[in-house]
Design a protein around this ligand. Structure first.
Ligand code: SF4
Ligand code: SF4
Length: 112
C-alpha cells in the first residue's frame, strides 16, 4: 500500500504535505507533487495536511491511474522536502474539473 497524490493537486501545489512526511518521499513536477510509492511508509500523516484533499490511500477504488502516474514520475522528478510558496492563483484552481486533461505537465519541478 501507499498514499498517492491525485488530480486536485495540479496547479494548487500548496506543499503543506512535504513538511510532514517523515521519509521525504515527495517529488516535484512543474505544477504538482507526487509520492514515491516504494518510499512511502503509509503513515498517513500527509493526508489531512493537504488543503486540496488531493492525497488518498491507494486502497480507495479507482486510483490505479494515479498510482501509475505517481510511480512513473517518481523516477524522473526531483525530490522535494521544503515548503515553498504556493502559486498565487492556487485557490482559484482548487476543485476545478478536468485538470489532468487540460493542465497536467510532465515537466520536472525545481526540487530542493
Ligand atoms: S498539500 Fe496537497 S495540493 Fe499541496 S502539494 Fe501537497 S498534495 Fe499537492
Ligand atoms: S503517507 Fe506518510 S510516508 Fe507516505 S507520503 Fe504521506 S507522510 Fe510520507
Amino acid at each position: 500500500m501507499t498514499y498517492v497524490v491525485t488530480e486536485n493537486c495540479i496547479k494548487c501545489k500548496y506543499m503543506d504535505c512535504v513538511e510532514v512526511c517523515p521519509v521525504d518521499c515527495f517529488y516535484e513536477g512543474d505544477n504538482m507533487l507526487i509520492i514515491h510509492p516504494d518510499e512511502c511508509i503509509d503513515c498517513g500523516v500527509c493526508e489531512p495536511e493537504c488543503p486540496a484533499e488531493a492525497i488518498k490511500p491507494d486502497t480507495e477504488p479507482g486510483l490505479e491511474k494515479w498510482l501509475k502516474l505517481n510511480a512513473d514520475f517518481a523516477k524522473s522528478w526531483p525530490n522535494i522536502t521544503i515548503k515553498r510558496d504556493s502559486p498565487p492563483d492556487a485557490k482559484e484552481w482548487d476543485g476545478v474539473a478536468d485538470k489532468f486533461e487540460q493542465h497536467f505537465s510532465p515537466n520536472p519541478g525545481e526540487g530542493d
